[in-house]
Design a binder for this molecule. Sequence first.
Ligand code: IPM
Ligand code: MG
Length: 352
Amino acid sequence: MKAHIITLPGDGIGPEVTAEAVRVLDVIGSKFGHEFKFCERLMGGCSIDKYGTALTDEVLADCKSSDAVLLGAVGGPKWDDPNAKVRPEQGLLGLRKGLGVFANLRPVKPHPALLDSSPLKPERLKGVDVIVVRELTGGLYFGQPKCRERVNGHTRAVDTLEYHDYEIQRVMELAFRLAINRRKKVTSVDKANVLETSRLWRSIATAAAADHSDVTLEHMLVDTASMRLVTSPASFDVLVTENMFGDILTDEASVLAGSMGMLPSASIGDGGPGLYEPIHGSAPDIAGKSIANPIGTILSAAMLLRHSLQLEQEAAAIESAVDAAITDGCRTADLGGAMSTTQMAEEIIARL
Ligand code: IPM
Ligand code: MG
């Protein structure tokens, strides 16, 4: 097959890890007889420096007309001024909204050889295999009004938490469909004891469960969920939640896998190009040193093959190669080892 992939390496360690994922995809292409064409574009702080905006209309249009988008990371201290009018993160949010990728899938399945890298006791991590489905284009991140203003001599800031029924329905449906091919359990996380949006969320989850009698639904408040993720993480299968809760819970869940550097994500919508990125940030403190773990991005490339190009066998090949490299003791600094970004990728490629 032929596929046109836009790469957005971004800032910090983004370019280093994206380059390795592209190498892995190139090897997959030649091994399985596919033609992947890559076009690199600027997004994030690097785009602000060049164009004064984190995401130009041209880059968004290029992404929309591609088959899939592979992203490194955006942001860094250079663009962190809280009073700045333009911020790297605006590029990421604009891209998610512009592509309509309403569901962000973040799988967390600790590798048995890495159980000691997690701050949790190894026995707690046994059997952990959770996929978080985070709603990605609604909620507090996008609701209007969003503003800061002077009122009666005080500064007032407002963010708005808003959800429409259809925004919840589509992400809920996706969560239930994922659960069918897994352990058939959906945990819907909300704050229904306080928030009106959460009460709507809960009623839509309940209605979705009625359409999927083979899947068990449990409702959980977000504060309880944050505790259960560390006390009994193996009890989760598919966890579905709104944008902001999902942002927070997935950073928490990432420590189960030993290092944030291990975790991929896929953002998908209704059939358009998907957006694939590691869940870690731009890590400016280690940028340019070639010590970043490329696995999160390489596994995101595997998710790209699976979800956007329907290349399941190829995706599984990458996942097995990563698995084997970890089993064989390959470790970057975040995992307590000394391998460089490129060496880790080479070890993975050698096992493809
Ligand atoms: C993430 C990140 C982003 C988010 C930031 C960079 C805007 O934390 O993808 O989890 O909050 O969604
Ligand atoms: Mg986050």
